[in-house]
Design a protein around this ligand. Structure first.
Ligand code: CP3
Length: 340
């Protein structure tokens, strides 16, 4: 099937850049809010028919060019035996691994706890031909939550200390998360996803050298497994900064750029054969329609030089963003004449 998102991912030049948004499934959609009034977030995720419905809502209500599976990166720690609570303020692991003297012994992998995700993919593929993006968290980001326990401390100090104090244990934990992530990604592919995004939302937490030495090899094990199954891979290393120089075609097909890094600067750092995704500031969607339109216009010269580009935000859609503005943004991307 001809599709602008998949064609761009495969390196073909299209008339306009494709558009989808991180955290498009949920959050700002009025029809998602209605569902959330009836079901909890975890009920929506755990019920394949409902997860499939939420996955397809942004395609219907926003007109984005791809769907991303409605799930969460924290499914991996849960299937490794960690207890997870969804609180008003976000996810919380009441028994974080950094407090444990033998963290590996605390883990008890039950891969069948991920089965509901594969069933949701079956349901989506049955109903729709829109390109479907599967995903998981990259090992550093996943381990930040597992070690620290809560996300409100966005700096994850206990997790960082652990990496320095217990290098051997850290490497074993990375291995365990990587193995399960490969299995998870492979199953998602067998059930019919068309592309895969690896979320490394906390890449900026540690020095680039440490990232390169300890975490990037694990990332490459996951990306190799996905790409050798014929599925294009987008990597989102948020906060990597000048470390973007490490992003070569060995790592991924596309790299998603955060809102801190100007896209033209990212283009100079990332290997020329790797495509870019991003990187409008999520806060732009609080501005007036005129300002949103101007911001989009300012990216035209970029597209005219680098058609290897997927439009997205530099991080997820923020919870209180006006739905009308999100819709306006997607429409403008699709209606702008990008070639003139
Ligand atoms: O992009 C999509 O719309 C698909 C679904 C998706 C969710 N989470 C649903 C979600 C995806 C791809 C994620 C990834 C995810 N989850 C990341 C990586 C991307 C990023 O934003 O940095 C991370 C770090 C998580 C962990 C997580 N999940 C946190 C810290 C929180 C609470 C704070 C917040 O951002 O809302 C969540 C909750 C969450 N995940 C919601 C949704 C729709 C909100 C739950 C609700 O409806 O109450």
């Amino acid at each position: 099937m001809e599709n602008i998102f998949l064609n761009t991912l495969l390196g073909k030049t299209c008339q306009r850049p494709p558009v989808w948004l991180m955290r498009q499934a949920g959050r700002v959609l009025p029809r998602y809010q209605e569902l959330r009034a009836q079901y909890s977030f975890s009920e929506l995720m755990a019920t394949p028919e409902l997860a499939a419905k939420v996955t397809l809502l942004p395609v219907e209500d926003l007109g984005v060019d791809a769907a991303i599976l409605f799930s969460d990166i924290l499914t991996i720690p849960v299937s490794m035996g960690m207890q997870l609570e969804w609180t008003e303020r976000g996810p919380r692991f009441p028994h974080p691994l950094a407090k444990s003297s033998q963290p590996l012994n605390r883990l008890n992998i039950q891969a069948d706890k991920l089965d509901h995700v594969y069933k949701a993919i079956d349901c989506i593929v049955e109903q729709s031909h829109v390109p479907l993006i599967g995903f998981c968290g990259a090992p550093l980001t996943t381990l930040c939550y597992m070690l620290q326990g809560i996300s409100s401390k966005a700096t994850f100090p206990e997790a960082k200390k652990f990496f320095y104090e217990h290098r051997a244990e850290t490497e074993k934990l990375i291995d365990a998360v990587t193995e399960l992530s490969i299995e998870y990604a492979t199953q998602q592919i067998e059930h019919g996803i068309d592309a895969f995004q690896l979320f490394e939302s906390h890449a900026g937490l540690i020095p680039t050298e440490l990232y390169k030495e300890v975490f990037l090899p694990a990332v490459c094990r996951i990306t190799d497994a996905v790409r050798s199954a014929g599925i294009p891979l987008i990597f989102f290393p948020k906060g990597l900064g000048s470390g973007l120089q490490l992003i070569t075609p060995d790592v991924c097909d596309f790299v998603s750029i955060d809102w801190q890094t100007p896209l033209v600067e990212a283009r100079k750092m990332v290997h020329p054969e790797v495509g870019l995704q991003g990187n409008f500031d999520p806060h732009l969607l609080f501005a007036s329609k005129e300002e949103i339109e101007q911001a989009i216009e300012s990216y035209k010269p970029f597209f005219q030089q680098h058609s290897h580009w997927i439009v997205n935000l530099g991080h997820g859609v923020l919870a209180d963003t006006p739905f009308e503005n999100v819709k306006y943004f997607v429409n403008r991307i699709k209606e702008t004449n990008w070639t003139k």
